[in-house]
Design a binder for this molecule. Structure first.
Ligand code: ATP
Length: 361
């Protein structure tokens, strides 16, 4: 059975009257990376600081590798938690070489064992030991910070927006390399970020946080495909949310009848609802909100409800095309080369590929 390396139960923390954590539960299995993703001010940093021991929670419990480090009348100080933290930037001692920075938390035997060189190689900096921090780029400095965190093989590594100070290209490169280094070392890690792309691309599981609570915790593909709420859908990627009614596990939408995936608001899963509805001959007709991802929307010369192109935002790898249906509904399609003209004012037919998710109300 996989060991739970970090267990957080019922954690609450307020600053005066401001609740930062409103009852957080989390379990991070050994050897996995969990991303805590949420908007500014939702409590991510507070959660990380409570786990690290820099902050005392008001109630709840934290256990690392099965050992309680925070609970009622328990507060293990940060340096005794064996939790390593990689901060946003500026983490290195400027007067120490790269090797001495990485070896800082190691005893002499560990330093002699070649661990410093091993973790530097893991983060792609083999041979950089003698350099001083000021001789490194920002990205290389963050790599050293990750190497230093990994060096003593802590049960848990916490990464606090570690790439936020880097430019886009470097960030993408570093995400992949740091993910690889953590995996190769078998580390268990929690990454705090407000960047959806970062969470989805790096993590084994994503905990989406809003107003001091975890709203959903699931593998990245599940959070994207089956967001727990319309809010999560909008926060984790681009979302088209349309009013609809549900009938026989099919949603009746301004874009026509669309097959439903997952739970149907008001009860059963889509498949079960379809079977019971067809057995009884009954139809639902409940009002719902339907989620469609922009990449599900196809534009063609004919074959579906007509829409007018409002504008196109070019993103290089694709474009987001905003459209308006005759009834005024506005939607966004992710387009590449649709084979139809998409200049503002053009009329195109809209179809939807695959199943959609419905939410009550
Ligand atoms: N030391 C503090 N004193 C008072 N209020 C605080 C303090 N630290 C955080 N807060 C408040 O607690 C809430 C959660 O803050 P926190 O920093 O944990 O959010 P966050 O999700 O990490 O935000 P960001 O992404 O902007 O860093 C916010 O409303 C914030 O203003």
């Amino acid at each position: 059975m996989t060991e739970t390396m970090l267990a957080v139960a019922g954690l609450t923390k307020s600053y005066g009257t401001v609740p930062a954590l409103a009852g957080v539960d989390l379990a991070v299995p050994s050897g996995t990376l969990l991303a805590v993703l949420g908007p500014s001010g939702c409590g991510k940093t507070t959660l990380l600081r409570c786990v690290a021991g820099f902050e005392r929670a008001d109630s709840g419990a934290v256990a690392v590798a099965g050992r309680p480090v925070a609970a009622d009348r328990v507060h293990v100080p940060p340096h005794r938690r064996r939790v390593a933290v990689v901060p946003q930037e500026g983490a290195l001692f400027p007067h120490l070489s790269v090797a001495d920075n990485v070896g800082y938390g190691l005893d002499r035997a560990a330093r002699r064992s070649g661990r410093v060189e091993e973790v530097l190689a893991l983060v792609g900096l083999a041979g950089y030991g003698p350099r001083m921090p000021h001789q490194l780029s920002g990205g290389q400095q963050q790599r050293v910070a990750v190497a230093r965190a990994l060096a003593p093989r802590p049960p848990l590594v916490l990464l606090d927006e570690p790439f936020s100070a880097l430019d886009a290209q470097l960030r993408t490169e570093l995400r992949a390399d740091v993910r690889q280094a953590l995996r190769a070392d078998g580390a268990t890690a929690v990454l705090v970020t407000h960047d959806q792309g970062e969470a989805l691309s790096m993590a084994d599981a994503v905990a989406v946080m809003d107003a001091g609570r975890i709203v959903q915790c699931a593998p990245p593909a599940e959070v994207y495909r089956d967001p727990a709420t319309p809010w999560v859908a909008r926060f984790v990627g681009d979302a088209v949310l349309l009013p609809a009614t549900v009938d026989d596990a099919v949603a009746l939408t301004p874009l026509g009848r669309l097959p439903l995936r997952g739970p149907v608001p008001g009860g059963a899963t889509a498949g079960a609802a379809a079977r019971s509805a067809s057995a009884s001959g009954a139809g639902g007709g409940r009002a719902v909100t339907v989620l469609i991802r922009p990449e599900q929307i196809r534009l063609a010369a004919s074959g579906g409800p007509l829409a007018t192109v409002v504008r196109q935002d070019f993103h290089g790898h694709d474009a987001l095309t905003t459209l308006r249906l005759d009834d005024g509904t506005v939607l966004t399609a992710r387009t590449l080369d649709e084979g139809v003209a998409l200049a503002p004012g053009a009329q195109v037919a809209v179809t939807v590929r695959g199943e959609v998710r419905a939410y009550a109300g």
